[in-house]
Design a protein around this ligand. Structure first.
Ligand SMILES: [Zn+2]
Length: 486
């Protein structure tokens, strides 16, 4: 056998599998009645995947689970006569079907494809990190189909959690004024996405900012979802509008209404992200600045923690306000808390079931040495589960994936923000999927990864039945990719 063949096959799978061996030159033909043996999964799910991926209905034999494998691990063995998948649970079989879809290619030597083939390989695979999440931003400029595309791609890349942050687009019954009305999305769309996530094996949960980012808009945009058109709501915010005024009891009620409605709307998921990053000018109004602000803040956080706990949801929050800016220990790393607000005290008071999302978007390596990421270790040593949260820095993503695996952290939550397209979309999805699934796999076949990434986007598009130019690929427009026309 040609050793190059094995390399080429290995290189087309995102995230990469742990081990792939080519065992013969035989090909398995994907056609109606082809034989699949499945351990640990459900025939109906495998059938649905086969129909979607290759338009075929295999003959499926279901056998008892392979209990020696971990929850999400799987093994694939392909011969000319059979595809055999072994897992201990349906998640493993789901992952295996995604791997098979990426491995398959159309028949050769014809005008049109009438069947796909799979090579005779043996694959062993399992994820390094338990929590593999991606944080999606639903901007007024983001059409629903774009959120769905990102969600489907995340599932295809074996992420198991998706956070959706609505930037003032989801209509609220409790506060209809808290939305950009001309971009408002019906609640049924959210319910449809939550159901789709479940079908794809991904847990979707929401983010609502309960401290800073109260404008529900990017700072640089200068926009404010509420005050731009409703200045009468000024008492809910600190004087500059950016951070919620937490000494106002009405603010708490307002946010409670939103949190409860959004949690219900997403189907009461087991997690809820409360944001809490970059709370600039916190405690600056007449009432807050004369109060014991750290005590107020602590009470605010514990109230929402308890509210969500009663609803069956664990809280996730960004880390930066929990560390003092200027503390030498965090030099070169993100720490934005004000010393006067005693952030360390707040951290001590937080229940240990809060999951800390430590966002570090750079790569502060010194003299060629890998960064030490001291904040992540500090939160872990303080008794919290920690998610490493990179963004666009490839070295940073890879280093944080290795750190999470090495230190036994809970996992990774990749962020996307306002730059989730073109080259960045590739970085965001393929690099972080790889670093969360296989952080120590250092063979990095960049170029073929770009083209296979594009193929995977097409496959997602086929699943969605998209039929407009702007819905394809990584950008809406090739020439003016930033001109959105939702
Ligand atoms: Zn205030």
């Amino acid at each position: 056998m040609n050793p190059r063949e094995e390399k080429l096959l290995d290189a087309r799978i995102i995230p990469p599998v742990k081990e792939l061996r080519l065992v013969s030159e035989d090909l398995f033909r994907l056609e109606d009645g082809c034989r699949f043996t499945v351990r640990g999964g459900e025939a109906a799910e495998v059938m649905a995947d086969a129909r979607r991926a290759w338009g075929v209905e295999p003959e499926i034999t279901v056998l008892p689970p392979e209990t020696s494998l971990k929850d999400e691990a799987y093994r694939i063995e392909i011969t000319a006569g059979e595809v055999s998948i072994a897992a201990s649970a349906p998640a493993g079989v789901r992952h295996a079907m995604k791997t098979l879809r990426q491995l398959a290619e159309s028949e050769r030597g014809s005008l049109k494809c009438s069947y796909y083939v799979l090579p005779s390989v043996r694959i062993e695979d399992e994820p390094a990190l338990g929590f593999r999440g991606i944080h999606l931003c639903w901007f007024p400029e983001t059409p629903v189909w774009e959120i769905e595309k990102q969600l489907r791609l995340a599932a295809y890349y074996k992420f198991n959690y998706v956070v959706i942050e609505s930037w003032g687009v989801v209509k609220l019954k409790s506060h209809p004024e808290f939305v950009w009305s001309e971009f408002a999305v019906e609640q049924d769309e959210v319910k449809r996405l939550a159901a789709l996530g479940e079908e794809l094996g991904v847990t979707i949960f929401p983010q609502v900012n309960l401290f800073g980012h109260a404008t529900v808009s990017r700072t640089g945009s200068g926009k404010h979802v509420l005050l731009d058109f409703h200045p009468e709501y000024a008492p809910l915010f600190e004087p500059d509008g950016w951070t919620w005024c937490i000494s106002n009891p009405v603010t708490r009620q307002y946010l409670t209404d939103i949190v409860v409605e959004i949690h219900e709307l997403f189907g009461n998921p087991p997690f809820f992200h409360i944001g809490c990053d970059e709370a600039y000018n916190a405690g600056s109004c007449t009432s807050c600045r004369r109060a014991d602000y750290p005590a107020l803040l602590q009470e605010h956080m514990l109230y929402f923690h308890d509210l969500l706990k009663q609803r069956g949801a664990r809280v996730l929050m960004w880390h930066d306000m929990l560390l003092s800016r200027g503390d030498e220990r965090w030099k070169n790393y993100i720490a934005l808390g004000q010393k006067d607000d005693r952030p360390e005290e707040l951290l001590r008071a937080l229940p240990r079931d809060v999951i800390i999302c430590d966002w570090q978007y750079g790569y502060p390596g010194i003299e060629g040495k890998e960064p030490e990421w001291p904040t992540m270790k500090f939160f872990k040593d303080s008794g919290f589960e920690v998610l490493v949260c990179p963004w666009l820095n490839i070295d940073g993503i890879r280093s944080l994936g290795r750190l999470a695996a090495r230190e036994g952290l809970a996992g990774m939550l990749e962020t996307t923000w306002n730059l989730n397209r073109e080259q960045n979309m590739w970085t965001i999805f393929s690099t972080s999927a790889r670093s969360a699934w296989a952080p120590f796999n250092d063979e990095y076949p960049d170029m073929c990864y770009h083209e296979f990434f594009n193929r995977h986007l097409r496959e997602v598009g086929h699943d969605m039945g998209i039929d407009h130019y702007i819905q394809t690929g990584r950008v809406q427009y090739q020439v003016n990719p930033h001109d959105y026309q939702p």
